[in-house]
Design a binder for this molecule. Structure first.
Ligand code: NAD
Length: 309
């Protein structure tokens, strides 16, 4: 299958590498020129559970992508999604399926501006990945993903895409309610990512704070109130208990969430506007009180201004 990975940073490189390994025709599309140039010159360096590999996968800048693929997997950061969709218009074919695996909320509405609804698939991925530098992906651990079609008539096609992904070892499951999973994951990111970034700590340290239990419940409650408007019913206590399990060092306790890595460690903008910021914006639209998410969004934006010069 012809697959374009659009946004080929850490996660895009992981998916591109795994899909390439089993014989798919993969193209990496990314706006970071240094990354694209190194991949074309030296191959993509993949450090997989300690073992180092160089893999020849072609890479192009978005404006240089011309061939219409069967499948596009979107893996930009949330704030890069719309600009990226604008710049790849000529590879969005009539039958090209577009799978979005970004974290965050509201992406399907953005994609619908550029892609026929019947071609859109939404997903949630539990795989992880990092970048050690341009052209160098670091892959650790195991994962899986859920996928569902946005148009209810396109389930057969969505299941076919799940098969292609699973053949590459990605463990894709067809979901009957991916919107629920997207909101549930957004609650994890909207508590752990934002709070660890504000407190400048890892997940275990955050979990040990006296304030943590009430704070996460207050945040999740606002997510649940907004999610309800979209027909998604989140059980605050169930979501909170799931998050509290992650504090354990045997889970991800020692880990600094990606927002912390982006802002505090790498001085990059965060996806806050698509997590807590989305709840805050939609709260205003629906007249729902989202004071915790309003404040968290403002603090993260303040930190971005102070840290990113
Ligand atoms: P990433 O930052 O690695 O890549 C996103 C974009 O940023 C790419 O276009 C990449 O080339 C560019 N980029 C990365 N480092 C750069 C640098 N130093 N200078 C210039 N450009 C740079 O993002 P990601 O971690 O692959 O995440 C993509 C999406 O997947 C996000 O929505 C994220 O929340 C989600 N996600 C990530 C993980 C993870 O483990 N990384 C897990 C699940 C979901």
């Amino acid at each position: 299958m012809k697959i374009a990975i659009v946004g080929a940073g850490a996660m895009g490189s992981r998916y591109g590498y795994m899909l390439h390994k089993v014989g798919n025709e993969v193209l990496l599309v990314d706006g970071w020129k240094e990354h694209v140039d190194i991949i074309n010159k030296e191959g993509l360096t993949v450090e997989e559970n300690g073992a180092l590999n160089k893999v020849k996968i072609p890479a192009v800048l978005p404006e240089d992508a011309t061939e219409v693929p069967d499948l596009i997997i979107l893996f930009t950061k949330s704030m890069g999604l719309e600009p990226m969709l604008k710049s790849i218009k000529n590879i969005l074919g009539k039958h090209t399926r577009v799978l979005c695996l970004l974290n965050g909320l509201g992406h399907s509405e953005t994609i619908e501006k550029y892609v026929d609804r019947k071609n859109i698939l939404m997903g949630v991925t539990l795989w992880t990945a990092g970048l050690a530098g341009p052209g160098h992906a670091v892959l650790v651990g195991d994962g899986s993903l859920e996928v569902q079609n946005v148009d209810s008539n396109m389930d057969v096609e969505a299941k076919e895409i799940c098969d292609i992904l699973s053949q590459a070892g990605l463990k894709a499951h067809y979901s009957e309610d991916v919107l629920f999973s997207i909101w549930r994951k957004a609650c994890v990111n909207g508590t752990l990512n934002s709070c660890c970034t504000i407190f400048d700590c890892n997940i275990k340290e955050f979990g040990e704070l006296k304030e943590a239990p009430q704070l996460i419940r207050n945040i999740i409650k606002e997510f649940a109130n907004v999610a309800h408007k979209y027909g998604v019913e989140l059980n605050v206590e169930e979501v909170a208990k799931g998050i509290e399990k992650i504090y354990d060092p045997s889970q991800a306790g020692e880990h600094y969430p990606s927002m912390h890595q982006d802002l505090i460690q790498n001085h990059r903008f965060t996806e806050i506007d698509y997590i807590n910021g989305y709840v805050s914006r939609k709260g205003k639209e629906f007249n729902i009180n989202t004071q915790y998410n309003d404040l968290i969004t403002a603090i993260i934006h303040g930190k971005e201004q102070l840290i990113i010069k």
